[in-house]
Design a protein around this ligand. Sequence first.
Ligand code: ATP
Length: 354
Amino acid sequence: MASVTFEKATRVFDGQERPAVDAIDLAIEDGEFLVLVGPSGCGKSTTLRMLAGLEDVDSGRLLIGDRDVTHLASKDRDIAMVFQNYALYPHMTVAENMGFALKIARVPKAEIRTRVEEAAAILDLTPYLDRKPKALSGGQRQRVAMGRAIVRSPQVFLMDEPLSNLDAKLRVQTRTQIAALQRRLGTTTVYVTHDQVEAMTMGDRVAVMDAGVLQQVATPREIYDRPANVFVAGFLGSPAMNLLELPVVDGGVRLGDALVPIERSVLERVDGTVTLGVRPENLGISEQGLPITVSVVEETGADAYLYGHTENLTENLVARTDWRRPPEKGSHIRLAPLDLADVHVFDPATGHRL
Ligand code: ATP
């Protein structure tokens, strides 16, 4: 096992003005499960591929433990990667697929057999060892791909959207299994996804990336409760956090006829306006607050979401409400934060949390 360190690691593709990965600094601890999350094209796969040795590092350094691997060949890095298309060999059995890397590395046959059997037992694949991939379900194939990584006992697992080919139910099951497996093996893992639920549920820490730049690296709870900027605030959470740019008046901001007070130390740092953020579950129907007209009521089974537009603001708002008694479409209600502790304040100029 080993730590992983990115030091100002940068990748600029030919013909592109902006780096795909822009001088990222990231220290992943020995045994940690780090999830790298961000929208399509933000550079997360490139970051992982740099660590895998599949992509050049144009400047900066990469370390695994205290080994500088920046320019080391992929095969010498002691990593194992699980891709989204499992890339199993169709003509080989499950056992042969799982043991292939060891065979190439000239590990003795008896040892390959033992390591494959151990991994198969962990992954519930023992009954399938003699089958070919085409005779397996999607979930079983995914586990074979995991098995191939496990048998090598690498210092680091790298996973790039390994669940994206599974249906919704299997994704949920498998994400729990992978997280539990990682904790059991204790192998440092870097896991790339664009799925925010995977990010929130699987990682010890989450690194949120946008436009080649790390926006925040923290525990899932911290990222959700104290997003570092407007991007992180809007990216994690579904439906997304309501963000309203509002003028500062009387030591706070007005939401209709309600005053939301803001700490003086925060107000001193802005120039007349703030971006106020409130998650849908932290907004409630109240006597006082921002008047809105409900335009859509979305019932998900467990909850109801109210979408509405304000009379003089152009923004739309969304609030989560009790699914048993949602107001009707077209009704006029007022929304206000349920608890001032759940109000986030950002600088509209920089997007940073205040
Ligand atoms: P996705 O979730 O869609 O896979 P991502 O966050 O993993 O996206 P990357 O694949 O890392 O994003 O791509 C980052 C940026 O670099 C994108 O703008 C992409 O178009 C660009 N890019 C990736 N690979 C290459 C390449 N081989 N040549 C040129 N540009 C590339």
